[in-house]
Design a protein. Structure first.
Length: 127
């Protein structure tokens, strides 16, 4: 599960200057399957990518092209784990309550970080 763990550490690097921990500071590689879905499938997919691009978003796009459903499960569960971890939520909100499924307003957040995500959303068109 080492490749999946490395990938998640790139996706969630944290922000040390703001004391937001990265994925590596929250869980050990051996425990990743307990909290993130589809790890074994993503591990196989990552092994098929010979050279990882520097930009993690390019790698994410490649993996989504390989298997969108598996990546949705993997990323969704990783997001839920990361943003419900007390070390992250307490730093972001000054509260220990998880962001998911509770509604929490983040007053001081850089919404520009979400732009790559929003740019990749496929909006269904009603006919």
């Amino acid at each position: 599960m080492q490749l999946s763990y490395q990938f998640l550490c790139q996706l969630f690097p944290g922000a040390l200057e703001k004391q937001v921990p990265g994925f590596a500071g929250l869980i050990q590689p051996a425990d990743i399957e307990e909290v993130v879905g589809a790890v074994k499938d993503v591990e196989v997919m990552l092994a098929q990518v010979a050279d990882w691009p520097e930009d993690v978003n390019v790698l994410l796009k490649t993996l989504k092209q390989m298997d969108r459903k598996t990546m949705s499960i993997f990323i969704g569960s990783a997001l839920e784990y990361y943003f419900s971890h007390p070390a992250v939520t307490q730093t972001l909100t000054s509260k220990k309550s998880p962001l998911f499924p509770n509604v929490t307003v983040l007053e001081d957040i850089d919404y520009d970080l979400l732009e790559p995500v929003l740019m990749n959303i496929e909006v269904p068109v009603n006919e």
